[in-house]
Design a protein around this ligand. Sequence first.
Ligand code: UDP
Length: 407
Amino acid sequence: MITWDDYAAIVGPEVIAQLHRLADRLGPAKFVHVNSTRTGGGVAEILSRAVPLLTEMGLKTTWEVIEGDPDVFEVTKGFHNALQGMRVQIEPALLDHYIEVNRENARRFAWDADFVMIHDPQPAYLINEIRDQAKHWIWRCHVDISRPNLKVWKFLREIVNQYEASVFSMSKFAQNLPHQQYIIRPSIDPLSDKNRELTEQEVQGVLDKLGIGRDKPIILQVSRFDSFKDPLGVIQSYRMVRKHTPCKLILAGGEATDDPEGPRIFAQVMDASHGDPDIHVLLLPPDAHYEINALQRAANIIVQKSTKEGFGLTVTEAMWKGKPVVGSAVGGIVLQVRDYNTGFLVNSPEGCAFRIRYLLNRPEMAKRMGKMAQEFVRSHFLITRTIRDYLTLLILLENPGSRHIEL
Ligand code: UDP
């Protein structure tokens, strides 16, 4: 069983003591999180660890998942794409359907909560139906909303305006809203199956099971099959590298229950990789945390070639395993990949290929960067820091006007 002492061994006992002091200020406050999928994607990943830890801190924390049909997830994926700047048309009838699905979900809830944190746009409309079920409503946006499609944002902003506070992953995403906006970076749990230490035998066991040899250096991208993750661009970069340097590529991903685009993008990736035995496209089940952990540890270089990225937990996961990351200079990736220190930032398939080769040819430098990456994650992107930020936010909402917290 994992204890707070195990976390203290990683982040230091004072960090854990501070969390307890913050949690004591809140007592057994009821804190409800709502999102739209229990598995797949970064939001579910964080909630699956933050909710039990907040509960252990003494808050009555629960996690609700709204239910929907394929039509509503088409709409909400449209919201997601539009917030990340894509041009999308959403029919008025589908917007009505989004509202209706939120109404149906609202009928299932009877919270009497102190705090509700609504993650992303899918369940955002709940506030219109059951506002009196919680004292404080917080909207937590996980996507890159720096340049949203204005028509869709106008519709959503009307809803978001009603919240008491919004939380974004970086200041660039802040919007013109009539309430306080907070910046809270996502994070990973170093003791979860996705991130805990593995032995060399465990890593090898997973590679054997997946039929992946280690005859050549491994380049890896872990991502849902989503166009913003640019898996086709990764294949393009890999082909450029392969002209000069032997390597193999693993594209590992799964599907999220609230993402209807996965199968189409997966088919495109299969098509693009056809006939190359050194490209492994893995469609993993949603609970393949241990396998992803092993793949990240087996990889020589990890790539995150997204064209938009709210944060990119996969980058932190890779860095925690001491891997240098070649990542696009977009969204939250720039918070993690410090160019020339913890990895390289790139802007094109050519740039990505250049940096992959650069690192493949300099294993000592790759190792040094990986070490720096790991220490950077330790001080910035571990779950204890997110828990601290959430607790601090709740205390501030309970004490409006206070500028600092006495502990
Ligand atoms: N992930 C997973 N299985 C997959 C693909 C991704 O468990 O097949 C995890 C990945 O390890 C990371 C999260 O899902 O923890 C993805 O978070 P990120 O912020 O990188 O992207 P998002 O999917 O939220 O856009």
